[in-house]
Design a protein around this ligand. Structure first.
Ligand code: HPA
Length: 236
C-alpha cells in the first residue's frame, strides 16, 4: 500500500501521531535529538520520515514540504492510507503583529486563506478553518507545564511568499485578524476536517513583516526546540 509519495507498505511503521516540520532535515533533527529507537520510514523525494519513541510514546516525524499543495498530499496520505489520527505541524511563520516578535511561539487557533484548496478538494466554502480544539488545549497545557509563554492566534496561510506590494499584509491582518503568515495550515486543517481526523499547528516566528527583523540560524534553533518540546509533550 505504498503511495506515489510515501514508500511505506506496513501502516504499523507509522505512528498514530505525526509531527510535521516543513523541512525534511528538521524531521531528521527532531528524530536524532528527541526520539529513541528511530527508524527511517520514508525517503521518496528526500521527504524524510522517521518513527521512534518519545518517553515511551510512538511518534512519527516527517517533512511536509513548503506550501499547501505539498502538505495537502502528505497529510492526506498519512490520514487516509496509513490511519494516522493526529498531525501537528511544527513550523515557522512571519509576524504580522507589532507585539509578536521573532522567536515567539504561536499556537494556531484558525487558519485564514485565500487559497482555493478546501473549495477545490472538498467543496468547502469557508475561508477560515479551525485547528482541533482538543489538540490546541493539549498544546496549551504542555506549554504551561514547561513554562514557555505562547500566543494563541488566527494565522494567514498564504499561497505566495513574495508579493509585489509588501504592505498588503496589513489589509489581510486587519480584515481577517491574522497575527502571522505561513503557507500550510489551511490545507492541513481542511484535510483533517474532511477526513474526521485531528490537526493542529504550532509555529515559531522566524521573521517580522512589521519590523523586518529576521533570525539567525542558531537563534532559531533555540526557539525551535521550545516549540518542539511543547509539541512532543502534547503528543504523548
Ligand atoms: N511568509 C510566508 N511564510 C513564512 C514566512 C513569511 O514571511 N516566514 C516563515 N514562513
Amino acid at each position: 500500500m505504498a503511495t506515489p509519495h510515501i514508500e511505506v507498505n506496513d501502516s504499523s511503521l507509522i505512528a498514530k501521531t505525526v509531527l510535521m516540520p516543513g523541512d525534511p532535515l528538521r524531521a531528521k533533527f527532531i528524530a536524532d535529538t528527541y526520539l529513541k529507537d528511530v527508524q527511517l520510514i520514508n525517503s521518496v523525494r528526500n521527504m524524510l520520515g522517521y518513527t521512534g519513541y518519545y518517553k515511551g510514546k510512538k511518534i512519527t516525524v516527517m517533512g511536509s514540504g513548503m506550501g499547501m499543495p505539498s502538505i495537502g498530499i502528505y497529510s492526506y496520505e498519512l490520514y487516509q492510507v496509513y490511519g494516522v489520527e493526529q498531525i501537528i505541524r511544527v513550523g515557522s511563520c512571519g509576524s504580522y503583529s507589532p507585539i509578536i516578535n521573532v522567536y515567539d511561539v504561536i499556537i494556531v487557533t484558525d487558519a485564514y486563506s485565500e487559497s482555493s484548496y478546501a473549495k477545490t478538494a472538498y467543496n468547502m466554502d469557508e475561508n477560515t478553518l479551525p485547528g482541533d480544539f482538543d489538540l490546541i488545549k493539549d498544546l496549551n497545557n504542555s506549554a504551561k507545564m514547561l513554562g514557555y509563554p505562547v500566543f494563541n492566534e488566527i494565522i494567514h496561510s498564504s499561497d505566495v511568499f513574495y508579493r509585489a506590494d509588501s504592505h498588503e499584509f496589513k489589509q489581510i491582518r486587519d480584515q481577517f485578524g491574522c497575527a502571522a503568515v505561513e503557507m500550510e495550515s489551511f490545507a492541513l486543517f481542511a484535510n483533517a476536517i474532511y477526513l474526521n481526523k485531528k490537526a493542529a499547528c504550532i509555529l515559531t516566528v522566524s521573521d517580522s513583516l512589521v519590523t523586518n527583523q529576521a533570525t539567525t540560524a542558531q537563534e532559531r534553533q533555540v526557539s525551535f526546540n521550545k516549540m518542539m518540546e511543547i509539541a512532543l509533550e502534547a503528543a504523548k
